[in-house]
Design a protein around this ligand. Sequence first.
Ligand SMILES: [Zn+2]
Length: 361
Amino acid sequence: MKPIPLHFTWDYNDVDRAFWAEHLEGWLPRRIIDAHIHVSSARYRTEPVTEQMRRQYWVNEVSAPMDGPTADHCIRTVFPERKVTCVAFGHASLAFDIEAANEYTRTECLKRGWHSLAVLRPEWSAERVARELAKPGVLGLKPYYSLISRDPGTRDRHLDADIFDFLPHHVLEVANERGAWVTLHVPKADRLGHPANIRQIRQLRERYPDVVLVIAHLGRSYTEPHAREGIPPLADDPGLYWDVSATFNPASFRVAMRHIGPERLLWGTDNPVFFMRGRREWRGRTYFNRTSGDFHFNRNEHEPPDVEAKYTLYTYEALKTLKDVCAELGVGREGVQAIFHDNAEGLMQSVLDAKRARGEQ
Ligand SMILES: [Zn+2]
């Protein structure tokens, strides 16, 4: 069959169809929640992506904003006969008009029965945060360290910030009072295992226990050493949740499954980036993305054309890896159902119940 265009340069072809039929069709639950997806529009970009930015970081080259209708189309194509709903947010970048982009994401989600998180500007007042959280369809906040202040030269200017620098206490007080959802992408080059992250997440949980805190990307545990350093120290907290998005290292999944367990993991894709085709290789504390597209990051690292022709979507590779780890560790239907739907659904309902009790939607 003819390939179906997905988003950006990605498409959906016969390799993907066969992969779905062989590995995923019989395994994925009927109802799915993608708890980490970016829905935005290039319309709200206030500054163009420069050549320098493109070369700096692979995500910059492949994360063209995906609008609501495109996200909907991609999900229907990639997950046939599944009912997929989303917890979506825009691009956490000051190269966007954050307020307008948040409003776009929110209304696109509302149209489809999805929910959104508002990208948080740390300088917002408590009142401004409360107003954002009261809007229909908004579950919570998406803070990010690069929103501390603008630096067009690098996205990492604030990488070593502390969590409370970009998720300040006055914001957490409002979020706690309202039982709002916060998806936290942890800072620091050392990722989750950095002692300041461990300490501050514990503090956050202690001081703001009613915040629905979700650690994004398993704390950026893209490699096994990062998973081993960061996950166990926080895994015992029964009120802490973790999304597996963008992580498809089998060793990281094993650490997460053993220490956290399926009852506190949420599935997410981090799409549109993971519509990329190919596979990832891990090299100690780093990784390398193999893909058939032609980008700065893979220019000199192509595999033979017949190998690249067999690449499927990263989204599918991630799902297959999760499936294999579930089988290996004896995670059955109930656990799979929890990861893909029930856990996120439960958290979402707790936020929505609190909103309804306040007379909001
Ligand atoms: Zn993301």
